[in-house]
Design a protein around this ligand. Structure first.
Ligand code: HEM
Length: 491
């Protein structure tokens, strides 16, 4: 009774003025600038929570850590579903991916299987592979300093392919790079509210198949099936032909937990989508984070110099290893600042409220799309200094800042299952690159500009910088290590 009387009096959270027909559609269409606008609305409407409306759908931004924890963790039972998103989930067919499913027995099983290989303790097993991968990355940086952005992308896709499927890129399968990037970018561009009108007006999905958005959905569906599905089929073929490469797929297919139903078509289909989901999520996210690192180092040379001083003092002339983390406090703070400075999933991955709820006297209606605004949290909840300043000391002991890794990977039952891999992979990359290279801002960026990607995953603006070895000894060390790995048959 109390809830119903509160619900009757509760108002939606404040927000910008609404057009009487379109609601806030025009605000939502400016999705690139939207989060910056939410920042100013936060001040104008004193809103820890801001709401927008469009054709009866409410979109809610949670702008503080407190609100995110209160709703997405403490009231997880009501906030762990994904929005309906008819475009990507139904028309494109991503409802088969546990990242897009509602919270259900099936999505929980997908997460459990992913966790078998990607929980914190399991990820430690990948340390040698991550260290070897970064040596090859650095060898490529020496060979192709001009095209280091594509070097980063290629290396990260190679890492994801080998960890998840046991596949190595060679002359015959370069298509994985283009298909994967194309798929990730197009899916990421269709997830946030405002990307497709059919997400607000679901009856539009019954329009005839020649309507442009349905044609787009069909094309994207073909791409998704190929990009999510073909590496799994490839991995199974390789295993049948005697490949012994260890991977997520080989680990799961040999684990006792699944032996009962391993040969069923249903299980094989499920595994295809689980492995495809982990692969797609891994393919772009770590590259985007490492790109932010390069940009920050080029713009803040004093930070770079201090990090290199710590690396030289603690490691001498050797390369970093995973278990050096505890003895490199400034580098750990730098990792957190990279993740804070330019959030790569700035609005979180959307959720949906399952039933009407009242929070701080405000109504969160059933079906509302909920966005955990990590951009706002990272700009406002780390104490001292301007949020645009790249300053790792925010995270040093006594700096008063909350751990950024507590929220950038999401919350509660849908928290990112790849976070330990992402953290380890970014850490070893940034420490190794800083140990061996200088990253310098270009005065004349010339042709190196690349477009900024938008959507649920943000790619940073172009990297106007170049990388050069700190001295010859490092060039020789990287070459010697690569030769050693080649002798041990690492490709
Ligand atoms: C720096 C890199 C990364 C960031 C910032 C990031 C961030 C996120 C965020 C914010 C979510 C939404 C969580 C929520 O709804 O509360 C998410 C979900 C997810 N992430 Fe990541 N992620 C990263 C890397 C990875 C990697 C490397 C993988 C795979 C190996 C991965 C796999 C996933 C999956 C499968 C989901 C969906 C989980 C679900 O819906 O239950 N992510 N990630």
């Amino acid at each position: 009774f109390l809830f119903h009387s509160k619900r009757r009096t509760a108002q939606l959270p404040p927000g910008p003025p609404r057009n009487w027909i379109l609601g806030n559609l025009l605000d939502l269409l400016r999705i690139d600038d939207l989060l910056a606008s939410v920042d100013s609305w936060q001040d104008t409407y004193a809103g820890d929570i801001v709401s927008l409306e469009c054709f009866g759908v409410t979109v809610i931004f949670l702008n503080t850590l407190e609100c995110c924890v209160d709703l997405l963790e403490r009231r997880a039972a009501n906030y762990s579903h994904r929005p309906k998103m008819p475009f990507v989930r139904e028309l494109v067919g991503l409802d088969k991916s546990f990242g897009f499913m509602d919270f259900s027995e099936e999505s929980v099983r997908g997460r459990r299987i992913a966790n078998l290989a990607f929980k914190a303790s399991a990820v430690r097993r990948y340390s040698p592979a991550l260290q070897d991968n970064v040596v090859v990355l650095m060898q490529d940086l020496l060979k192709f300093p001009e095209s280091f952005e594509s070097v980063l992308e290629r290396r990260n896709i190679q890492l994801a392919l080998s960890l998840i499927f046991g596949i190595t890129l060679d002359g015959t399968n370069q298509h994985y790079i283009t298909t994967t990037m194309d798929c990730v970018n197009r899916v990421a561009g269709n997830v946030l509210p405002g990307s497709r009108i059919v997400d607000f007006l679901p009856f539009l999905k019954y329009l005839p198949s020649w309507v442009p958005f349905k044609r787009d959905a069909r094309q994207l569906n073909a791409l998704v099936n190929d990009a999510f599905g073909s590496p799994f089929e490839d991995a199974k073929r390789r295993m049948a032909n005697g490949s012994t490469a260890s991977s997520f797929v080989s680990l799961i297919l040999s684990s006792e937990e699944v032996q009962g139903d391993i040969d069923t078509e249903k299980f094989q289909e499920m595994m295809k989508w689980i492995s495809g989901t982990m692969f797609m999520a891994a393919a772009e996210s770590t590259t985007s984070t490492v790109r932010v690192f390069f940009k920050a180092m080029a713009r803040f040379p004093a930070v770079q110099a201090r990090a290199q001083e710590e690396l030289d003092r603690v490691l001498g002339t050797r390369l970093p290893e995973m278990n050096d983390r505890a003895s490199l406090p400034y580098l750990n703070a730098l990792l957190q600042e990279v993740i804070r400075w330019e959030s790569i999933v700035p609005s979180g991955f959307p959720r949906r409220s399952n039933a009407d709820d009242v929070y701080k006297g405000m109504l969160i209606p059933k079906g509302a799309v909920i966005l955990a605004n990590s951009r706002s949290i990272s700009r406002h909840e780390h104490g001292k200094g301007s949020p645009d300043e790249f300053d790792p000391t925010r995270f040093l002991e006594g700096g008063g800042a909350r751990p950024v890794l507590d929220y950038v990977f999401g919350f509660g039952k849908r928290e990112c299952p790849g976070r330990f891999l992402a953290e380890a992979s970014v850490w070893i990359t940034i420490t190794s690159v800083l140990k061996c290279f200088n990253i310098v801002q270009l005065e004349d960026p010339g042709k190196t500009f690349t477009a900024r990607r938008s959507g649920v995953i943000h790619g940073t603006t172009s990297l106007e910088c170049k990388v050069t070895p700190r001295h010859e000894a490092y060039r020789e060390m990287i070459q010697a290590k690569t030769a050693e790995m080649e002798a041990a048959q690492f490709v």
